[in-house]
Design a protein around this ligand. Structure first.
Ligand SMILES: [Cu+2]
Length: 240
């Protein structure tokens, strides 16, 4: 009986130690994106062509190309790991990415979605929107959402980095989408912050992408459980 207990205890210790070694603490990459230099002036978007869009805004609306916060933090930058992670099938979130068209503007302006993850597109405006996804690897679609069609769901089944989504009714409407094979990506809001979690220890290359200002890259080696902070700074290219 005593011998049995010792064997049982030994077995339990072995199981627990296995559990501990297989759950190595995950690492993270976080940081802030900033803009340097004088910000260009954008023309106000004129929504006069559709009085329903116009009525949704009390103040002037500008393109979402360059969205700056306090201290010139920069929104609408897509930060993603481009190498160092293992190529495998990552779990796909059942939760959809939600794209709103309120006030005839896409929100978010830029987003990542995993292959097979649903994208829920909302139309709360009571006007006609035509969602035109200009993808190439995935099936391009051109979907009319009349005022009675409040939402629709689409799924992209192939990896595809950055394509535009436009509205054929309101030419100022523009969003950017990346269909990702892995979960290591983050899009910034006005505060410029990004965070990529659950990375195993390793050496990674990270890229920050902006629709007009190109890309910035950084490399880092993360130990188990380590969080490293990186900063990206975009500036306007010198006039030619
Ligand atoms: Cu529209």
């Amino acid at each position: 009986m005593f011998k049995c207990r010792i064997i049982l205890c030994g077995f339990l210790i072995w199981v627990i130690s296995l559990g501990l070694t297989s759950a190595a603490p995950a690492a993270s990459i976080t940081g802030v994106v900033r803009y340097e230099g004088e910000a260009p002036k954008f023309k106000e978007i004129k929504m006069d062509a559709d009085p329903i869009c116009l009525a949704k805004h009390a103040e002037a609306v500008y393109p979402q190309t360059l969205v700056l916060g306090a201290d010139k933090t920069m929104g609408n930058v897509f930060v993603h790991v481009i190498s160092g992670f293992s190529k495998k099938d990552y779990p796909v979130p059942a939760e959809p990415v939600v794209i709103d068209q309120h006030g005839c503007m896409y929100n978010p302006h830029i987003f990542g979605v995993m292959v097979g993850q649903p994208v829920k597109i909302m139309n709360p405006d009571g006007t006609l929107h035509n969602v035109h996804a200009l993808c190439k690897n995935n099936q391009e679609f051109n979907l009319a959402m009349p005022q009675f069609r409040k939402e629709t769901t689409k799924v992209f089944d192939k990896e595809e980095f950055m394509f535009a989504i436009k509205c054929d009714v309101h030419p100022w409407m523009l969003a950017w989408a990346a269909v990702m094979s892995h979960p290591y990506f983050s899009a910034t809001k006005e505060d410029g912050k990004f965070a990529i979690h659950d990375l195993p220890a390793g050496t990674y290359e990270v890229e920050a992408w902006h629709e007009k200002l190109g890309t910035q890259k950084a490399s880092m080696t993360l130990a188990e459980g380590e969080t490293q902070e990186i900063q990206f700074t975009f500036s306007r290219p010198a006039a030619e």
